[in-house]
Design a protein around this ligand. Structure first.
Ligand code: C5P
Length: 323
């Protein structure tokens, strides 16, 4: 997340994310699932601008810059409809929650420029909500710490606290536990390169979790050592090993709901990525590449095979540099 002050408004670049490891440990009594996941932010950004306005009103204007343009392959028509401009948008709910909790009389005018596909497992809605909390807390001069904002973020969605980053400094990824909202360890993983495909249709997170069989005791123990091994491999730059350690338990359940997952698994197995899998609850699918150039080559080969909405992307930083 990158925050800039521009005249009367605050602008935040809100990144997407990939899950390099996602284990579903158990189903909880509250209906959520206990997770262990390693997430990295990637350089595909929505841009959120927010300025304070009088009379407590919160207004949202949302735009897709590439919508309708031939080169706008990233955005499916469904994405455009899927972003509500009213109170049901997580951005509006985030700003309202902060306004109410902090007892702020002012309102906010928000402009959201969307580039991250919706219902894609890329965390776009959660990242936008985190960006809105940060921008509003600055615009209203609240001086809230990241920990305090994180508590509100967790009420909005399981992934939202991740996008606020660690409480101090920056990182290039984080291990999250609980329902995903407990950012337990910030990690430095080096600069990673990916090719990401977004199928034309997304999936509902709730439906994918509902169709998932949680790990048994052996799987759970294996997940813990797999995470340690994956972090070690990434930190040592052993990318081929890291590629073999990628894992996402939700992939099987998503594959029951969308034929795209198997199709992409097959497409990727013909390519020379170091590893590949679905991200989050899908439907986006990614391959780990050796370099930015390798990611661009793989992306070009996928496009030749008529796979659309392909991005060559690199990891970026988590945290809030203010400029
Ligand atoms: O927290 P979030 O709004 O992203 O969750 C959306 C839905 O995904 C939840 O209502 C729940 O059905 C499911 N979910 C889950 N376990 C998690 C996170 C999400 O079952 N750890």
């Amino acid at each position: 997340m990158y925050l800039t002050k521009k005249d009367s408004h605050w602008e935040v670049r809100a990144p997407a994310k990939l899950n390099l490891l996602l284990e579903v440990l158990s189903r909880r009594d509250d209906g959520f699932h206990e997770l262990e996941t390693l997430m990295v932010p990637i350089g595909l950004f929505d841009t959120l601008s927010l300025r304070s306005q009088a009379a407590g009103r919160i207004e949202l204007d949302c735009q897709w810059p590439s919508f309708g343009k031939p080169q706008g392959v990233a955005v499916a028509a469904g994405d455009f409809d899927a972003v509500p401009r009213d109170r049901s948008n997580l951005v509006v709910r985030a700003v309202e929650l902060l306004q109410k909790t902090a007892g702020v009389a002012a309102g906010a005018a928000i402009r959201l420029v969307k580039r991250i596909p919706v219902a894609a497992g890329l965390g776009g809605g959660s990242s936008d909500a985190a960006a809105a909390l940060v921008a509003a807390s600055h615009a209203w001069n609240l001086g809230w710490s990241r920990e305090r904002l994180s508590r509100l973020a967790a009420q909005l969605g399981s992934d939202v606290p991740f996008f606020l980053g660690p409480s101090a400094g920056h990182s290039s990824g984080a291990v999250c536990r609980g329902r995903g909202e407990k950012l337990e360890a910030a990690v430095h993983l080096g600069h990673l390169h990916f090719v990401v495909v977004r199928p034309p249709k997304g999936l509902s997170t709730a439906k994918v979790f509902a169709a998932c069989q949680a790990a048994d005791r052996h799987d759970a123990a294996r997940a813990a050592s797999r995470l340690v091994a994956l972090l070690g491999a990434l930190q040592a730059g052993k990318l081929a090993l890291a590629g073999r350690l990628l894992h996402n338990r939700l992939q099987q359940s998503a594959a029951k709901l969308s034929s795209w997952i198997e199709r992409l698994q097959e497409e990727f197995s013909r390519l020379d990525c170091l590893g590949h899998q679905m991200t989050g609850s899908g439907t986006s699918y990614f391959g780990l590449c050796r370099s930015a150039r390798h990611a661009r080559c793989v992306a070009a080969r996928l496009r030749v095979r008529d796979v659309r909405s392909v991005y060559a992307l690199s990891s970026c930083r988590l945290g809030m540099p203010v400029t």
